[in-house]
Design a binder for this molecule. Structure first.
Ligand code: ADP
Ligand code: MG
Length: 580
């Protein structure tokens, strides 16, 4: 807990000046609102007994003084509202960068178990709550305490009996406020859950809108949405009921204090215990007294929200990326591309079955290795161990004879290019997406890469050529075109090691041919792993590895494997008969 607080306070450090000035202006502002009724009291006490001339002079001076004070108060309010919020926004900015950068560091295994929507709400909702608390918390607390203590002292000094009568209602107000506030808070929390649900539903629906339409399931989606939307409405109804109860109750109680003070005060006047001016002062201060109480109650609520948001924020920051550079990790510059697996076993999570078990493999630089096997035998897994998307459970993988855990992630991954079945393109232009392979590359290099990837011609046919916007995730492109862009991206990257994971599996025969051509060009002089669904595409591979549940079960050229009459031949025959 102490650690958490320490860290929280550390976020203020860069903005010490803002924090101090914000607090200072909060104190001055609170002082001013306490001071003005005192001047009014002075006027009613002294000025009205003066001769008209003297009164005019006095009231003019005090009037001007009050106007100046009001303006100063307004300035204080502006300062704490603008600069205070800016301080909150800047801290929020820092935290947002911190969590975003942390997201970039977290490993595949983390993302395997997370929902994107929830990770996003850490950055948006939670941080907003935190920044509201960080800004309003100290300032509201300062203002409220000063007003509370100040107004109480003044009232007490004027007449302690009337002060206590006025205060008699406070405990009731507190109980009422705390009870209602708690319910209101719970209701608002439910609102948040509901809105998060709705958002997740909308995200899911819009991402899959093409599937929705192709199944003509719009009505079902509308029905599903209605359930969520109804739930949100009724959650809101509930929270507004409590909110209505809270605010109307507080308003009534506050007015009641005024009435009680008025009644008791009037009686006291008739008994000559206090003067009229005392009663006026009391009435003027009641607001200064009840307002901070309300504020403090709201503050406890925003404290709880903000702090639990802060704890969720820390939870993420505290996750240590499973895969990161070892202290003695070194960059590898010129990668030749020799790869070896030495007794490698791997499981995704503890207590689950091993996906790979005692795999041994030597791959010479520049060779072309095909991996085949039924679905789920671990082909993708095996390849994802090379760029350290996951770390081996036991054994060692070496690149150029160096344990990959001793190589910096950045230089290791820079040496590896991956082309998958699913192509992820970012929102932006064709050019942006190609240059993603080597940020900072020249247009000429990018165009050269596109030519190598057989992509130049179709790109030139797009409405704006290389500047064409590809739509979200490349929806404006065909599967084969997207794949060729992703290959151009890798050409530009120019890695020594390649992984093609079913890169052509989703394509029609014609695009497959074009893509296959550019893949072969890309593979030249690079160590290449090819996972192929269609065995025809790897027939010419120098080396084919057949993966089964038992590991690498067969190995050789196409001709060798056909001769063995084993798993490969079986797979081959299956496809052969299916195709025909
Ligand atoms: P292949 O590429 O040969 O079809 P995969 O390597 O994708 O097979 O999967 C091998 C096994 O590992 C499968 O049983 C699959 O369910 C499991 N698996 C794949 N990815 C993950 C993951 N991210 N987390 C847990 N298990 C996984
Ligand atoms: Mg796979």
């Amino acid at each position: 807990m102490r650690q958490k607080w320490k860290k929280l306070i550390s976020y203020y450090k860069p903005y010490k000046g803002l924090f101090i000035s914000d607090t200072l202006f909060a104190i001055i502002g609170a002082g001013i609102s306490l001071g003005i009724p005192l001047i009014v009291r002075y006027i009613t006490n002294n000025i009205i007994h003066l001769s008209p001339e003297e009164a005019f002079e006095g009231i003019l001076k005090l009037g001007i003084l009050m106007i100046v004070l009001v303006l100063a108060g307004a300035f204080c309010n502006f300062y704490i509202s603008y600069f205070g919020h800016m301080m909150g926004a800047k801290i929020e900015y820092d935290m947002r960068s911190e969590i975003f950068q942390h997201y970039q560091k977290l490993s595949f295994s983390f993302y395997d178990n997370q929902k994107v929507g929830q990770l996003m709400s850490r950055i948006t909702n939670d941080l907003f709550d935190i920044s509201e608390l960080l800004h309003h918390g100290p300032e509201d607390a300062v203002i409220s305490f000063i007003k509370l203590i100040g107004s109480f002292s003044i009232l007490f000094l004027i007449n302690w009996r009337l002060a206590f009568i006025g205060l008699a209602l406070i405990p009731i107000i507190l109980i009422y406020a705390i009870l209602f506030n708690r319910k209101m808070k719970k209701a608002f929390k439910r609102n948040r859950v509901k809105i998060a649900d709705i958002n997740a539903q909308i995200e899911d629906n819009l991402s899959g809108i093409r599937v929705v339409k192709s199944f003509a399931n719009e009505n079902i989606e509308n029905e599903k949405f209605k359930i969520g939307n109804d739930g949100f409405l009724s959650a809101k109804r509930n929270s507004y009921q409590y909110m209505g109860g809270y605010f109307s109750g507080m308003e009534a109680f506050t007015t009641m204090i005024t009435i009680v003070v008025l009644i008791a005060g009037t009686l006291f006047i008739t008994q000559n215990v206090i003067q009229v001016v005392d009663l006026i002062t009391f009435l003027l201060y009641i607001n200064n007294f009840t307002e901070p109480i309300k504020k403090l109650i709201t503050l406890t609520e925003s404290f709880q929200n903000g702090f639990s948001g802060y704890e969720r924020f820390l939870e993420i920051l505290d996750i240590v990326p499973e895969i990161q550079d070892a202290a003695d990790a070194k960059d590898i510059k010129q990668v030749t591309g020799d790869i070896s697996f030495e007794d490698v076993s791997f499981r995704y999570e503890e207590n689950t079955q091993k996906v790979l078990s005692h795999v041994n493999l030597e791959v010479k630089a520049g060779s072309y290795v095909a991996l085949v096997g039924s679905s789920g035998t671990g082909k993708t897994t095996l390849c994802s161990l090379i760029p350290r998307f996951y770390d081996v459970t036991s054994g060692v993988i070496k690149v150029d004879g160096i344990d990959i855990r001793k190589i910096t992630l950045n230089s290791l991954r820079s040496a590896i290019g991956i082309v998958q079945q699913d192509v992820y393109l970012f929102t932006g232009s064709v050019m942006d997406n190609i240059k993603y392979g080597r940020p900072g590359a020249s247009d000429e290099d990018a165009i050269e890469a596109a030519k190598c990837a057989n992509a130049h011609d179709f790109i030139m046919g797009l409405p704006n050529g290389y500047d064409t916007d590809i739509g979200q995730r490349g929806v404006k492109l065909s599967g084969g075109q997207k794949q060729r862009l992703s290959i151009a991206r890798v050409f530009l990257k120019n890695p020594s090691i390649l992984i093609f994971d079913e890169a052509t599996s989703a394509l029609d025969n014609e695009s497959e041919k074009v893509v296959q051509e550019s893949l072969e060009l890309l593979a030249k002089n690079r160590t290449t792993f090819v996972i192929a669904h269609r065995l025809s595409t790897i027939r010419n591979a120098q080396r084919i590895l057949v993966l089964t549940e038992n590991g690498i079960e067969e190995e050789g050229t196409h001709e060798d494997l056909i001769k063995i009459d084993g798993v490969y031949k079986n797979l081959y025959n299956l496809q052969f008969t299916r195709i025909n």
